[in-house]
Design a protein around this ligand. Structure first.
Ligand SMILES: Nc1ncnc2c1ncn2[C@@H]1O[C@H](COP(=O)(O)OP(=O)(O)OP(=O)(O)O)[C@@H](O)[C@H]1O
Ligand SMILES: [Mg+2]
Length: 520
């Protein structure tokens, strides 16, 4: 055997084993061992090589108590360490440059394989998480405790016990707590556990009913991404819109469920971008949808949509009045059609195969719009649409920084069935809009919001982002139907005697967008 080969065998077979064999069986046994030594060394090499996921599993399980503090770093560290495992086996090859390159490539590939294996193990629950420990600590930290009934004389605190841990959710006993009560502490619990707590509710049985004493809490080890380009959002069928990304994936609502939408949040929290992406989605999925943008900021947020035949933008009360009158006339016509067909609403008509395009009335800066005491006629018309619109497929979408009575009149606010609230700093603003102070605890991240659906459930989502330039590009590929009678009426009411240069330009089919301006 050459010196180099001997050295390599000695690297892998501990010297003391050879000495022990020599001592016990003499040189005969050594000869026998010699025959198998290559096989054995090979076995050892490859066992170590292929079992690195197992070694990783041991490492991951023994360090999981650290995860709460360090999360992903500790979890993925063994994967990177495993990348070095092939190196000793390829030492001779590594002496040449190409061999070294090959080894580096192999190491990277091996890290990738291990990352995938780890991901599958975590997802399938092979790596059990120490949720129980960090949950207990978090309950004590955040005061999610109650006096035990068993020994009332003693000061013993009880908290919801973890009964089962799944890869994406864990189940706790209710013990006098309701999901709403736990939800109130969601932000504090998430911070204390250093993981992201999602939806919570009573555990559902297979038949759809719920257990009264078990609460399921969804979680993920990492927060939602801060930037989701609209191009990543899947295209949903006509009549649905995606609101954002939750821990369970993209969350969509049908227009029938949404009815009217209220959007609130402090300045810079992402309201206008949210509306922009919502309009883009609607325009892409429904070529017949009619959208009326009311923007008293001079039309800056919406006017670039006006290049499309089914979007009109208004920026004063006179035109708003005319447009709302046309919409109310359309409502009367639709009412007749629905009655003639013996249906309850436009949606029922749609289920029977008769399609009438939905109409969206978007009001950005609600406080600006509702702040003029002399415009009661216009507000009455908005109120009527709020009360009756659902029946005829007319949806109001109102966005405002503050959601008090000054910003949106009470009778209109109460009709906003679905609500989206971005970060606010005042507790009262959050309580007034969604009934809890949760929105004050949201991360200060543009586009992060709570959605309160028609059932009153709160869901944390991250809105997709789309820039004005991207919208312009997307819309250039969309063929909308311009020859709709309603649209003709609206366009003639808005653009015929328009004094606003921007609106006139857009009426001529010339889109104005941020990217049109030359930087100086
Ligand atoms: N979903 C999002 N993802 C990433 N960034 C976003 C998102 N939404 C908004 N932003 C960022 O935040 C900035 C402000 O957003 P936006 O203009 O929508 O705020 P706003 O709530 O309408 O503010 P204002 O009340 O002053 O009009 C945007 O220019 C963008 O950079
Ligand atoms: Mg805005």
């Amino acid at each position: 055997m050459s010196e180099q080969k001997k050295k390599r065998v000695n690297l892998l077979v501990p010297v003391f084993i050879i000495k022990l064999l020599k001592f016990l069986f003499g040189y005969k046994a050594m000869r026998f061992y010699d025959r198998f030594r290559i096989l054995k060394s090979l076995l050892l090499r490859w066992t170590l090589f292929f079992y690195s996921p197992v070694l990783m599993w041991v490492f991951v399980n023994s360090t999981k108590f650290l995860w709460a503090e360090n999360k992903e770093i500790i979890k993925i560290m063994p994967c990177f360490i495993s990348g070095f495992i092939p190196i000793p086996f390829f030492k001779p090859v590594m002496e040449s440059n190409s061999g070294l390159f090959l080894c580096v490539l192999l190491g990277i590939a091996w890290v990738m394989v291990n990352l995938v294996v780890l991901n599958v193990m975590t997802d399938k629950g092979v790596v059990s998480l120490r949720i129980e420990d960090i949950w207990r600590k978090a309950c004590l930290h955040t005061g999610l405790t109650c006096q035990t009934n068993l020994e009332p004389e003693k000061d013993v605190k009880e908290f919801p016990d973890v009964v089962s841990v799944n890869p994406r959710s864990f189940i706790v006993t209710a013990k006098g707590f309701t999901p709403e009560k736990i939800q109130e502490k969601r932000a504090e619990l998430s911070a204390s556990m250093n993981l992201f707590l999602g939806d919570m509710g009573y555990l559902k049985k297979q038949d759809g009913s719920t257990y009264a004493n078990l609460i399921e809490i969804k979680y993920s080890w990492s927060d939602l991404p801060a930037n989701i380009p609209l191009s990543r959002v899947p295209i949903v069928p006509r009549g649905k819109v995606i609101f954002g990304l939750s821990t369970d994936g993209f969350y969509s609502l049908s227009l029938e469920e949404m009815v009217h939408l209220g959007v609130s949040g402090e300045t810079g929290s992402g309201k206008s971008v949210f509306l922009r992406q919502l309009i883009t989605q609607i325009l892409v999925t429904d070529r017949q949808a009619v959208i009326i943008g009311i923007d008293f900021k001079g039309g800056v947020e919406f006017f670039f949509f006006s290049q499309l035949g089914n979007f009109v933008c208004v920026d004063d009360f006179e035109k708003t009045g005319k447009v709302l009158e046309i919409v109310l006339n359309e409502y009367a016509k639709r009412l007749q059609i629905v009655r003639q067909n013996d249906c309850d609403s436009l949606y029922q008509l749609r289920h029977r195969g008769l399609y009438l395009s939905p109409i969206f009335i978007l009001i950005d800066e609600g406080a600006e719009f509702f702040g003029d005491k002399t415009q009661s006629r216009v507000y009455e018309m908005v109120g009527k649409i709020a009360r009756l619109g659902r029946f005829a497929g007319i949806h109001l979408i109102i966005s405002t920084q503050r959601a008090d009575v000054e910003a949106i009149p009470q009778q209109i606010r109460s009709m906003l069935v679905t609500r989206v609230i971005f970060k606010v700093s005042q507790k009262e603003d959050s309580i007034m809009f969604i009934g809890t102070a949760e929105a004050t605890k949201l991360r200060k991240l543009p586009g992060r919001f709570y959605l309160k659906d028609s059932e009153g459930k709160l869901k944390q989502l991250q809105a997709p982002y789309v820039s004005k330039a991207e919208v312009k590009e997307i819309l250039s590929k969309v063929n909308t139907e311009q020859n709709n009678g309603l649209m003709k009426l609206l366009r003639s009411a808005v653009y015929e005697h328009s004094e606003s240069t921007a609106l006139r330009r857009t009426a001529c089919g010339e889109a104005v967008c941020a990217s049109d301006f030359v930087q100086v």
